[in-house]
Design a protein around this ligand. Structure first.
Ligand SMILES: Nc1ncnc2c1ncn2[C@@H]1O[C@H](COP(=O)(O)OP(=O)(O)OP(=O)(O)O)[C@@H](O)[C@H]1O
Ligand SMILES: [Mg+2]
Length: 376
């Protein structure tokens, strides 16, 4: 296991310089990146447990950010850099496997829309992951149950997030070599930078995709309820089209501001797919899908196009779902029609008054009121 040498923390003890050395090629646009277990190349740093105790103020509750299936996450600072430290909770084989996959994947993958792994700690029984700190937290916390007084995500930001997520997925499917199937696309795993630029996180479930003539990888069905493609759930055959389905769910969540499954809603509205089906089947009803928190502030044609992309991704049959490259093209087209608030009327003779009608919101659709009213 020579290439896992840095999993032996002793090798790094006494090393005062804990700066991770990252590959300087961040473009990687046309060359596939080799996904090989080459952790020892210095892409991510091996920290001691003590380093991370100090970084997080001994896992001080004041630095607690949140908790997921893997364990608790704390904010910290290492060598002046803000980081998020994730500590594996249970000592199970499952968790250990996910830890290893996460380190291996993020060590070799590098894209502006993937979260960076600063380092890890594998000392004794401790397993911790150290990521770049994402100051705006998860997309989930901005999209759902937004408290009164907090500004909901506007249309243009939602579209920018969709484009960034699709570009991250496109990197995994088309640039990484061999390709990577993400398998855990969901709003909780999309982390946001200061300008709301999105990054995919949590690669513990990711799979190196089929190579050669193979079309799928057989796996135990894993992922998050509601996001998993129906064909994957039934057959256990994981393909890139499984990710496309999950992305279609994410798009529908971005459009509607509703969770894929929400037990707090009345029964007929608990499943987003069941609730939205009548609207998805009739183009004249697409506007009913728009999140009321948008207050009608979106370009109608762009909304329709985004709904259509979502419908295409959510096809039951995987072979008719689009590939991610086509999704990116479609989303960039949607992004080229941003919402611009209506300007106050000016003299007819002014050239400034000749704005494109597609940028104009539809006041008649301002039906939703404040988001909290929706939950009342
Ligand atoms: N790099 C990071 N920067 C800032 N916050 C983060 C970072 N990584 C995780 N978090 C936050 O920590 C919390 C827990 O994240 P975690 O990924 O462990 O769980 P989850 O995604 O909510 O659930 P799951 O275990 O199903 O993935 C979330 O609120 C997330 O936003
Ligand atoms: Mg997560």
């Amino acid at each position: 296991m020579g290439c896992f040498g840095c999993f032996a923390p002793e090798a790094d003890e006494g090393d005062g310089d804990h700066k991770p050395s990252k590959p300087d090629d961040s473009s990687g646009a046309d060359a596939r990146r080799k996904v090989a277990p080459d952790v020892a190349n210095g892409y991510a740093h091996s920290f001691t447990f003590k380093d991370l105790l100090v970084a997080t103020g001994y896992f001080n509750e004041a630095n607690f950010i949140g908790e997921g299936g893997f364990g608790k996450v704390y904010k910290g600072k290492i060598n002046g850099q803000m980081v998020a430290v994730k500590q594996l909770a249970q000592d199970g084989v499952q968790g250990r496997n996910e830890f290893l996959v996460e380190v291996l994947m993020l060590t070799v993958l590098n894209h502006p829309n993937l979260v960076s792994l600063v380092g890890f700690c594998a000392q004794g029984d401790e397993r911790l992951l150290v990521y770049e700190y994402m100051p705006f937290g998860s997309l989930e916390s901005h999209l759902f149950d937004v408290p009164l007084g907090k500004k909901p995500l506007d249309w243009n930001t939602r579209v920018r997030i969709a484009v960034g997520v699709a570009e991250g997925l496109s990197y995994l499917h088309n640039v990484a070599d061999p390709p990577v199937i993400y398998r855990d696309m969901k709003a909780a795993n999309i982390l946001l930078g200061e300008d709301f630029s999105p990054k995919l996180s949590d690669f513990g479930l990711a799979k190196v995709g089929p190579v050669g003539d193979r079309t799928h990888v057989s796996t135990r069905v894993m992922g998050t309820y509601g996001y998993c493609a129906p064909d994957y759930v039934v057959s256990g055959k994981l393909t890139m089209k499984s990710d496309i389905y999950s992305f279609g769910v994410l798009l529908l969540e971005l459009i509607t501001g509703r969770r894929i499954y929400d037990a707090s809603r009345p029964k007929p509205e608990q499943s987003l797919l069941t609730w939205s089906r009548p609207f998805l089947h009739d183009k004249r009803k697409f506007y009913r899908l728009a999140d009321p928190a948008l207050l009608g502030c979106y370009p109608s044609s762009a909304l329709n196009q985004l709904v259509v992309i979502s419908i295409m991704c959510l096809q039951d049959q995987p072979h008719v779902r689009p590939i991610i490259a086509d999704v990116v093209i479609g989303l960039n087209h949607v992004a080229s029609q941003p919402y611009a608030p209506e300007r106050p009327p000016v003299a007819m003779s002014s050239p400034a008054n000749s704005g494109s009608p597609q940028f104009v919101g539809t006041p008649s659709r301002r039906r939703g009121g404040r988001r909290m009213a929706q939950y009342a």
